[in-house]
Design a binder for this molecule. Structure first.
Ligand SMILES: [Cu+2]
Length: 137
């Protein structure tokens, strides 16, 4: 084996570890890691009918991704040390393709963590994101 080939073999062996180790990396091929949820607005009005809007984005194209199946949601105040302070999340119809809206009772001002799991059409695996939204009085 020439030294060049040996170098390639080592690179190939290390590649998967390198990809999982770098947060936000964008491998060239289609990959579920290329998708992420982003908050449309970082704040929400505290109260019973707070609406959080998120956009699912394909980071390789910057485009919003419609028709994802949201299968897991949790909203709690973990960012302010109140993990046990969780509230029900109700999905609402989106206002435009690629955006997803949720209604919840933001009973306390402060930082709330929205955990989302989703399946994207045509991709294996799941998108999992935690977003922090600030409830303001
Ligand atoms: Cu709280």
């Amino acid at each position: 084996m020439s030294s060049l080939n040996f170098g390639r073999a080592v690179q190939a062996a290390l590649a998967p570890a390198a990809i999982t180790g770098i947060i936000g990396s964008t491998p060239a091929r289609a990959d579920i890691k290329n998708y992420e949820f982003q908050l449309v607005q970082p704040t929400v009005k505290a109260g019973a009918d707070g609406i959080v809007t998120v956009r699912l984005v394909d980071k390789t194209t910057g485009k919003a991704v419609p028709d994802a199946v949201i299968f897991a949601t949790r909203l709690d105040m973990a960012p302010d040390g109140m993990q046990e302070m969780a509230t029900k999340v109700t999905p609402m119809p989106g206002t435009e393709p690629g955006t997803y809206r949720f209604k919840a009772n933001f009973s306390m001002a402060g930082r709330w963590q929205l955990t989302l799991g989703a399946k994207v059409q045509g991709e294996t695996g799941t998108v999992e994101n935690k977003l922090v939204v600030e409830a303001e009085k």
